[in-house]
Ligand binder design. Structure first.
Ligand SMILES: *Cc1c(COP(=O)(O)O)cnc(C)c1O
Length: 394
């Protein structure tokens, strides 16, 4: 079995599992309790906070633990919206290929009277900083652009966008769930005001993540209740989960350069192999992309059928985001970069991991090649294309 869906979730690292299990056994106290057992849990929590802050160039007081990336996105957007409302600024800039955690939070704000502008995502899956600059208005209270896209893996010019926002005095949030632990992220150098991350995307546990928010930004409260996280996020802290997240992040950062080099080589081997399949195309820039991401469209087939047959061949992949699988709509990301419906339907995302080998890559290419050919054999769309009834797009 070859697992090539690391953008959906990753396997926990043995060290993270070890940390989590031992803390569940030994440090299960409530960090808000004043006796020693509680204080031990509190200490572990704060140590993890410091380690996580260090990994992204932040101060530990700037880290709020959440239940994952989606919650962090929602809290960041709510925070900016509340600050904006106080100043009469109710315009938000984002892009059409954001994660649904961002897009749906923005939709909710639109129903509450905010105005949202989506800047263009170009064909190569990249946003142009100057276009962000041009779209910022007097009443813009937030720019939210993801660090790296979860479907097509393109890495955005975050530092330039951050610099523009800083100059214009507009809050800048980035959903960095696919970036943190995979590529270097530094909130200071990148001029980031708020950043979302999630442990299960870098070999930590599911259901835990964090929001970085720059000192001085009054974070809004999404989850009301007790005074945990300095009153910014109620609920008894997930101490074992948080500590395992810190462990996984430290490990990922320590191995980052080596892993990235190795994965990039395998990624490019996959891209080269898949490009040889007729009427196919890589989605997103070939260079400005995550080390582990490959995303292709194959004309004349259905991505869903491709996935199921690949699963039979022992290859686990995705046709886009896990959130859209199960629905028949093509990926909003592929539509945002200008792929037409028919082409977008025939998409495949392979997100490899640190343990994916060159042999795995060759086996994946062969499995995809055979399956695409097989599916095209009885696809009515493919028949229309090959008989000239419809023109080829790819
Ligand atoms: C996975 C993902 C999320 C959601 O994170 P959860 O921890 O699963 O809530 C948000 N944004 C991006 C870009 C993601 O890849």
């Amino acid at each position: 079995m070859i697992y090539a869906d690391n953008a959906a979730t990753t396997k926990m690292s043995p060290a993270a599992v070890q940390t989590m299990v031992s803390l569940m056994q030994e440090a299960w106290g409530n960090p808000s309790s004043l006796y020693a057992h509680g204080q031990k849990a509190k200490e572990i929590l704060e140590k993890a906070r410091g380690d996580i802050a260090t990994a992204i160039g932040a101060d530990s007081r700037e880290i709020i633990f959440t239940s994952g990336g989606s919650e962090a996105d929602n809290q960041a957007i709510l925070t900016a919206a509340d600050i904006g409302a106080k100043k009469g600024k109710k315009h938000i800039l984002s892009s059409a290929f954001e994660h649904h955690a961002v897009l749906h939070a923005l939709k909710k704000l639109e129903r509450q009277g905010y105005e949202v502008t989506l800047v263009d995502v170009h064909e190569n899956g990249l946003i142009v900083p100057e276009e962000v600059e041009a779209a910022i208005r007097e009443d813009t209270c937030l720019v939210t652009i993801m660090y790296a896209n979860n479907e097509i893996g393109t890495i955005q010019p975050i530092r330039e966008i951050g610099r523009i926002c800083r100059e214009k005095g507009v809050l800048f949030h980035t959903d960095a769930v696919q970036a943190v632990g995979h590529i270097p992220v530094d909130v200071g150098e990148d001029h980031i005001d708020m950043l979302s991350a999630s442990a299960h995307k870098f070999h930590g546990p599911k259901g835990v993540g964090f929001l970085y928010r720059k000192k001085g930004i009054p974070a809004s409260v999404l989850i009301e209740g007790g005074a945990q996280e300095r009153g910014r996020r109620a609920g008894t802290e997930n101490v074992p989960g948080v500590a395992a997240m810190a462990e996984a992040l430290k490990e990922s950062c320590a191995n980052m350069a080596r892993s990235a080099a190795q994965m990039t080589a395998i990624r490019d081997r996959l891209i080269e192999g898949l490009r040889a399949i007729p009427h196919s195309a890589l989605n997103g820039d070939a260079v400005k992309r995550l080390p582990g991401n490959v995303n292709f469209c194959f004309e004349g087939i259905e991505g869903e059928s491709l996935l199921l047959l690949l699963d039979d061949k022992g290859v686990q992949a995705s046709s886009g985001s896990a959130c859209t699988s199960g629905s028949l709509d093509p990926s909003h990301v592929l539509l945002a970069i200008g792929r037409v419906h028919d082409v977008a339907h025939g998409s495949l995302r392979l997100s490899i991991g640190e343990d994916t080998t060159a042999l795995d890559a060759d086996a994946i290419v062969e499995a995809v090649r055979q399956t695409v050919e097989y599916l095209r054999g009885f696809s009515p769309i493919w028949r229309d294309l090959t008989t000239g009834k419809k023109p080829f797009i790819l």
